[in-house]
Design a protein around this ligand. Structure first.
Ligand SMILES: *[C@@H]1O[C@H](CO)[C@@H](O)[C@H](O)[C@H]1NC(C)=O
Ligand SMILES: *[C@@H]1O[C@H](CO)[C@@H](O)[C@H](O)[C@H]1NC(C)=O
Ligand SMILES: *[C@@H]1O[C@H](CO)[C@@H](O)[C@H](O)[C@H]1NC(C)=O
Ligand SMILES: *[C@@H]1O[C@H](CO)[C@@H](O)[C@H](O)[C@H]1NC(C)=O
Ligand SMILES: *[C@@H]1O[C@H](CO)[C@@H](O)[C@H](O)[C@H]1NC(C)=O
Ligand SMILES: *[C@@H]1O[C@H](CO)[C@@H](O)[C@H](O)[C@H]1NC(C)=O
Ligand SMILES: *[C@@H]1O[C@H](CO)[C@@H](O)[C@H](O)[C@H]1NC(C)=O
Ligand SMILES: *[C@@H]1O[C@H](CO)[C@@H](O)[C@H](O)[C@H]1NC(C)=O
Length: 351
């Protein structure tokens, strides 16, 4: 115990200058959530200073006014075809969805579309022009927000070993290269949604749960470069880093816009459960706020948005989809998990 505390304090000394950051996705596909004002109080009570939305809901953005909480907002996929046509649509969208809030609400980025190539309506062809128009509209109104778009790990054709990570060949010319070029030119970053849970659920015979949950384990050696991975998330992120490097875009930074673990799942969703969810999220927060970057990018501390704030009862799909939340609608935690450096330290003291 004393050793653990000493280690924690030493690592705290180490990280005062630069540390990873934790945010949380505030999804609202539910009929039982507290109102946005109560949600902001919940965020403040729990020391959460960054959130990501899936739209630009005015009640949420107004409730966030005068707060220092930083916000990533989103232009949903349904708007991409309009936004792609010309700057008229994005000008109007910025006027009504961004400009009214910029004086009081700390909006830092716009996620244009979400996982477009997984969209059943395939909005891929609209993405790049939509991002370009959005950026031009922001520039027109003198707004310095980042424009990006979240991609899931299925953007990769190969992710194993991490050093051999590569994008799906069919996405490279249509999506990946123009996107990375845009991100570089605008000094933005790639948004990555990464779920070790999916990999584990599909390969629980090959992947150890300890490795997926950041528990102590022997690790995995990338035989191409000898790098040792102690957890699956780092390996997944480095597969993306390798894929970018293979296209000569290793200068583009990364933010993990979604990651999480469900507290309930269907019988075949191996690994879903409250204890595993608590361990994944708790160990992830500890790793982010006390650790550095990934083995391939050790100096780039991790900026991670947990998925998600609440269980969302109206989401469709397998049971897990409705059970990623950290909080019940009444504000109680679904399971105990530290959400900030303070809680990591205090939590360990009492634990
Ligand atoms: C933010 O401050 C403005 C100006 O003082 C006030 O009108 C507004 O109600 C405040 N918003 C919130 C959510 O407190
Ligand atoms: C906005 O959020 C960023 C990132 O969290 C933070 O560094 C900055 O201080 C915030 N700005 C304001 C005005 O609160
Ligand atoms: C932008 O696109 C819309 C829809 O196609 C069209 O009606 C409008 O004339 C276009 N505006 C400009 C400036 O090209
Ligand atoms: C696909 O497009 C149709 C027609 O625009 C729309 O009604 C439907 O909601 C879209 N589906 C999704 C998943 O976005
Ligand atoms: C989606 O659209 C892109 C760009 O138009 C195209 O290259 C790709 O093949 C489409 N994907 C599917 C699954 O239809
Ligand atoms: C990356 O850059 C190297 C060195 O300039 C070059 O040889 C290689 O062809 C480039 N690769 C790609 C995919 O552009
Ligand atoms: C679980 O079963 C459902 C229904 O048979 C199937 O659609 C889904 O892909 C399965 N999930 C996993 C993780 O195997
Ligand atoms: C731990 O919690 C106590 C009381 O809630 C607080 O006063 C203290 O500052 C916290 N410690 C750290 C290191 O944040």
């Amino acid at each position: 115990m004393a050793t653990l505390l000493l280690t924690l304090f030493l690592s705290l000394l180490y990280i005062t200058s630069s540390t990873g950051t934790i945010g949380i996705n505030y999804g609202r596909i539910a009929n039982n959530l507290p109102n946005p004002t109560q949600v902001i109080q919940l965020l403040n009570t729990n020391g959460i200073t960054r959130i990501k939305l899936f739209d630009t809901d005015p009640t949420v953005l107004n409730a966030l006014s005068n707060s220092t909480i930083s916000v990533i907002v989103a232009l949903p996929n349904e708007h991409l075809s309009s936004a792609a046509q010309n700057q008229t649509y994005t000008d109007t969208w910025v006027q009504s969805n961004i400009l009214p809030y910029t004086q009081t609400t700390n909006i830092t980025a716009i996620a244009v579309g979400n996982e477009v190539f997984n969209d059943p309506n395939n909005t891929t062809s609209f993405l790049i022009p939509a991002m370009q128009n959005m950026h031009a509209s922001l520039t027109k109104y003198n707004l310095n927000l980042k424009v990006s778009t979240p991609v899931p790990l299925t953007v990769l054709g190969n992710s194993y070993p991490p050093s051999a990570g590569s994008f799906k060949p069919e996405l490279i010319e249509t999506l990946i290269k123009p996107m990375l070029h845009f991100l570089r030119e605008t000094n933005s970053y790639i948004m990555v949604n990464a779920y070790p849970f999916f990999a584990y659920a599909a390969n629980s015979d090959k992947i150890s749960l300890d490795y997926a949950l950041f528990r102590d384990n022997d690790g995995y050696v990338d035989d191409q470069n000898g790098v040792v991975y102690k957890n699956l998330l780092d390996a997944q992120l480095d597969a993306v880093n390798s894929a970018m490097e293979a296209l000569n875009f290793s200068d583009v930074k990364m933010v993990v816009t979604e990651t999480g673990w469900p507290s309930v799942g269907d019988p075949n969703e191996t690994g879903a459960g409250e204890e595993n969810a608590a361990e994944y999220n708790g160990n992830l927060v500890r790793r982010v706020v006390t650790g550095g970057g990934t083995p391939l990018r050790p100096d780039d501390h991790l900026n991670v948005y947990l998925f998600a704030l609440f269980n969302e009862d109206l989401k469709v799909g397998p049971t897990s989809e409705r059970n990623y939340g950290l909080f019940y609608p009444d504000g109680r935690k679904v399971y105990d998990v530290p959400l900030s450096l303070t809680e990591v330290v205090n939590g360990s003291t009492v634990g």
